[in-house]
Every structure is written in structure tokens, then in C-alpha cells.
Design a protein around this ligand. Structure first.
Ligand SMILES: [Zn+2]
Length: 267
């Protein structure tokens, strides 16, 4: 009887874990998780980036079809609701007191672009955009944007699709950001297109974004899309409003690229 109990106790002890064994297992699992989690996070972000690119392709297709419907004229890259002619792609309006349309679905649906996106609100929103914005994209000011004296950007925008030279180099849509409820106006992230030295331009209602792993997506007038990973860490800080345009501008290779993307005038 005694031997039988001893054998049973031995079997129970050999079938369980000691505290030391449990600690080793937990440590190994923690190590594995720390190795795998960044990979999983990266994979998830890459998936969102791909969806964002699909959005941009659809938007850029709509942008072309609009010009075909309107005798070669490009849709307005601006976002106003109170300035005629009302051919703006979305109609958020300026950031002024009393504007209760800006940032709403109505502002997007009131834009002339709405029917070219099959009235699909999801196309306007980047999957990596965790803000409350309904719209995550802007159109380059060079693509029929209003040249605004207040920013003195000197861009001479294209007005018709057929006059766009070197379409593979001309930005149309870009991931953008705002802290004012919506991205205001056409997209121009430099203070003056021909300034020497060049300088970034940022405001609370419109800025570059770094939400795709310190980069963003861009679509072009020949309908291809690219992921743009910023090379200068100052660009990322500028995107998060953590650095001023002045501090981020000197010898910044990303600023050089932005200038090339924005130069819509014919040379
Ligand atoms: Zn995006």
C-alpha cells in the first residue's frame, strides 16, 4: 500500500511543472512575443497602406473620368463651398466661425467629385488615419488649385488634363493631415515654389502626414501610386507639428522631393 502511494505521488510530481520551469516558459513566451509583435504591427500597417493606395487609385480614376466628362477640365483641387464656380471636389468650406458643414459627410457629398467615387465615403479615408477626419486626402494645388496670394506659392496650376506634361512626375492625391476638423484647400506644403532656399509650409488646417511608418502615399497624373518613406527625421517631426517649418527646411531631401511633386507649371 505504501509503495503504491509513493508511485502515485511520483507520477503526479513528474506530470506537473516546478515554479522554475513555469518561469522559464513564461520568459520564453515573453521573448517570443517581443520578437513577433513588431512584425505583426508592421504587417498590419502594410495592409492599411495597401488599402490606402487602392483608395488613391480609385480617386485618381475618378479624377480622370471627371475631366473626360467636362471637356478636359480638371476638377477643382480646392475645398470651398461659398466661392463660385462650385466645381470643388469636396465642399468643406473655409475654417471660419459658423461653418457647420466643414468636416461632415455633407461637405464631401456636396463636392462635384461625389458621384465619381460612387458615393463611397470609405474611399476618402485612409485606414491608418486614426483622427476624427472623414477625409484623409488632398489634391495638389498644381492640379487646378486656386493660387492663393496669402501664401505666395507662385504655382501656375494645370487647368486641363491634356496639358499636363510629364504626368508620371506630377502629384495628384496625397495623404494629408489637419487638426482643424478637415483638410483645408488644395495641397501645397511649401511656402513658395521658387523660393531660394526653399521652405516647408504647414498650418493647423493642412499639413503633411507621416502616418504610414514615417511616410505617406502619393498618386500621380499617369495613375500610378507610390509609397514615400521620408528620409529626413525632421520631416516626420514637422508632420506631427513637433518642429517648425523653418527648423525642418535646411538641406532637407524630402523638401526637395515635395518641390518636384508640386511643380505643376510648364517649363
Ligand atoms: Zn494613407
Amino acid at each position: 500500500m505504501f509503495n503504491h502511494l509513493q508511485n502515485k505521488k511520483h507520477r503526479i510530481r513528474s506530470g506537473g511543472f516546478t515554479l522554475m520551469e513555469l518561469l522559464v516558459v513564461v520568459s520564453i513566451m515573453a521573448l517570443l512575443m517581443s520578437i513577433m509583435l513588431p512584425g505583426l504591427t508592421n504587417a498590419r500597417e502594410q495592409g492599411k497602406r495597401v488599402v490606402c493606395m487602392a483608395n488613391m487609385r480609385n480617386l485618381t480614376d475618378g479624377w480622370l473620368i471627371y475631366s473626360m466628362d467636362y471637356d478636359d477640365h480638371l476638377v477643382s483641387a480646392d475645398t470651398d463651398w461659398d466661392v463660385p464656380p462650385s466645381n470643388h471636389w469636396v465642399a468643406d468650406g473655409p475654417v471660419i466661425p459658423g461653418n457647420d458643414v466643414g468636416g461632415t459627410k455633407q461637405a464631401i457629398a456636396n463636392g462635384v467629385f461625389w458621384r465619381y467615387t460612387e458615393r463611397t465615403l470609405e474611399l476618402y479615408k485612409c485606414k491608418s488615419d486614426s483622427s476624427d477626419l472623414l477625409r484623409s486626402y488632398a489634391i495638389s494645388r498644381a492640379m487646378n488649385g486656386k493660387t492663393c496670394n496669402c501664401e505666395h506659392d507662385n504655382i501656375k496650376p494645370f487647368r486641363n488634363w491634356s496639358e499636363i506634361s510629364m504626368p508620371a512626375d506630377r502629384m495628384v492625391f496625397i495623404d494629408a493631415d489637419s487638426r482643424m476638423g478637415w483638410i483645408e484647400g488644395s495641397f501645397c506644403a511649401v511656402e513658395q515654389i521658387d523660393a531660394i532656399p526653399p521652405k516647408w509650409f504647414a498650418r493647423l488646417s493642412r499639413n503633411i502626414t507621416a502616418r504610414h511608418s514615417d511616410g505617406c502615399n502619393v498618386s500621380f497624373a499617369d495613375f500610378h501610386c507610390e509609397y514615400w518613406k521620408y528620409r529626413d527625421p525632421r520631416t516626420v517631426k514637422l508632420a506631427y507639428w513637433e518642429m517648425s517649418p523653418d527648423e525642418a527646411s535646411e538641406a532637407n531631401p524630402d523638401l526637395d522631393r515635395m518641390l518636384r511633386l508640386l511643380r505643376g507649371q510648364r517649363y
